[in-house]
Design a protein. Structure first.
Lengths: 258, 302
């Protein structure tokens, strides 16, 4: 029989330090994502396979060096995979297992709950892009140095924008439905959303639509920045901001704890 | 904690219907009721997870609906069915919750106390139901709260783990922590609670200390014993004072209700001796909380 000395549970309540809460929360979420084999498949292995495959197999005709055209699109795919599909599925199952409610019942302020999740998403995107960038470099990728600054800005904006869409989907529906929809949307956007095939290669009206999808905007923007080394068109930023803003505003109303 | 006239509706159903309760500092309040009685709804309103439709709620002097951010650091919550990331290891989860508190208990110590030492590195979804419950309890306690909400803390626990939880609750109470617990387990309420509130259909149907609730009206005592099934009790009936009745509610289980005094007990044992049977588990006693509960809330399944 266990016995507890008097005073073991004497109340000493209080909120933890903000920095420590944020760091622990973000670290836990990032580690969980990087340890999950399905997430790794989605966020790293598939983009890596496409990066290597599209560079080495000359199925599509691309200007040489092929990797310069492939890499920016694969980066866009990687951002969409983790910030949107991965985030939505994780949130769907986190809600199923009651973790959002569990954390909401602690001293963790609401804004920190969001900040921790966002920080974790940035950590995961950084890991993805470093791995993909190293492999692309090994394949002969030579990005424009001035374009890298624009690319980083686009990746940050893309992560927030896709993240808001991921939270909108993952926070509102049942986990199984989230799983199915998040994968379906990923597949459709990969093939017809301006990632695998540039908007400019699509038939007229479809090209216009694709330019204003977050996937099309991010892929085109990264391509412009990294391959041409010039600033992306302002509509790229506006498109990402608009999707992110709308999804975020809607998500604050539809996201459920459990 | 003070709740009065609490009302909560979900569409056309009224889940909580004018409920009032009071929990004094350093005491244990048990909320008893059948499934769907409104226990969890009441607790979730007090925790600030649900908005009330009417009535007033003060928890540690604060309104959970508007002062949640100030209230949460001071309370510990064990939600029904627990809560954690599916893939998180037990220790990681408890460390995360501990990081949210200013003066947490040691997560390693708490895991050890709750018998989760060997499951430290096991992902949450692979823990057994009882282990998940215990981790959830650890999360509720780790921040050294003043007030703890335990929603069915022993659901799915084996008898050893249940005893441990009872000990913990007793230790919390001894250290001045207030505890609101909901339960179906009558024994749990009898053992732990200073005050029991029985609710049904969102209303309080009875309340008091376990002793008050189970106190026997003088003419409604019960004598129970077990013997060979199907004995002819007419001879015994004749020997008993007026107002006493003997039944055999299930084969071999006899129950005598009425005014049970020493003469009645003697008459029963004498009758058994004449029948040549041994009265086993002969018991004169107050009602159990379960009797009270079933009387008040009915026997049909919900």
């Amino acid at each position: 029989m266990t016995t507890f000395p008097a005073g073991t549970f004497a109340p000493a309540p209080g909120r933890g330090r903000v920095g420590r809460m944020l760091a622990t929360h973000a670290r836990t979420e990032a580690v969980l994502t990087l340890r999950n084999s399905e997430q790794i498949l989605l966020t790293l292995l598939i983009p890596l396979a496409l990066l290597v495959g599209l560079t080495l197999l000359t199925i599509f005709s691309l200007p040489e060096p092929r990797v310069d055209s492939v890499a920016p699109r694969i980066f866009a795919l990687a951002v969409m995979s983790s910030a949107f599909t991965g985030q939505a599925i994780a949130l769907g199952f986190d809600r199923r297992y009651g973790v959002v409610k569990r954390l909401a019942a602690t001293a963790l302020p609401r804004w920190l709950l969001l900040a921790g999740r966002t920080s974790a998403a940035f950590v995961v995107v950084a890991v993805q892009l470093v791995v993909l960038g190293v492999v692309a470099a090994a394949l002969g990728w030579s990005p424009s140095a001035t374009g890298i600054v624009w690319a980083v800005l686009l990746v940050v904006l893309g992560t927030l924008s896709f993240g808001a869409l991921g939270v909108l989907l993952g926070g509102a529906l049942k986990a199984e439905i989230v799983l199915a929809l998040a994968n379906l949307v990923w597949f459709v956007l990969l093939l017809a959303g301006g990632i695998a095939v540039p908007a400019s290669s699509m038939p007229g009206p479809l090209a216009d639509i694709v330019t204003f999808l977050p996937s099309g905007a991010l892929a085109e923007g990264l391509h412009t920045a990294l391959t041409d080394g010039t600033a992306p068109h302002w509509t790229v930023f506006a498109t990402l901001l608009a999707w992110g803003g709308a999804a975020g505003a809607l998500a604050t109303r539809t996201t459920k704890l459990a | 904690m003070d709740v009065s006239g609490l009302v909560k509706r979900f569409g056309p159903t009224t889940a909580v219907d004018g409920l009032s309760l009071r929990l004094d500092q350093g005491t244990v309040l048990a909320l008893l009721g059948p499934n769907g009685a409104g226990k969890t709804t009441t607790v979730e309103i007090c925790e600030g997870f649900l908005r009330r439709d009417a009535g007033s709620v003060r928890v540690l002097g604060l309104d959970p609906a508007t002062s949640g951010d100030r209230l949460r650091p001071r309370v510990g919550v064990m939600p029904q069915g627990g809560g954690a990331y599916p893939g998180v290891r037990a220790e990681e989860m408890l460390t995360l919750v501990a990081a949210c508190a200013a003066n947490p208990l040691s997560p390693a110590w708490l895991l050890d106390v709750l018998g989760l030492e060997s499951a430290r590195r096991t992902p949450y979804k692979r823990l057994s139901g009882g282990q998940q419950q215990r981790l959830s309890l650890a999360c509720a306690l780790v921040g050294r709260p003043e007030l703890v909400f335990l929603d069915e803390p022993t659901a799915g626990l084996d008898p050893q783990a249940r005893r441990l939880v009872w000990e913990l609750v007793a230790a919390l109470r001894a250290d001045g922590v207030s505890v609101l617990l909901t339960t179906h387990v009558m024994e749990e309420a009898e053992e732990l609670a200073d005050h029991v509130v029985i609710i049904d259909k969102g209303r309080v149907v009875a309340e008091g200390s376990p002793r008050q609730l189970t106190a026997e009206q003088p003419d409604a005592a019960r004598l129970r014993f077990r013997a060979t099934p199907g004995l002819d009790t007419s001879e015994l009936c004749a020997a008993l004072p007026n107002g006493c009745r003997i039944d055999e509610p299930s084969p071999g289980a006899y129950q005598l209700s009425g005014r049970v005094d020493p003469q009645v007990v003697s008459a029963v044992t004498a009758w058994c001796a004449r029948q040549g049977v041994l009265a086993e588990e002969l018991h004169v006693g107050r009602r159990s909380l379960e009797d009270v509960f079933l009387e008040l809330t009915g026997r049909e399944l919900r």
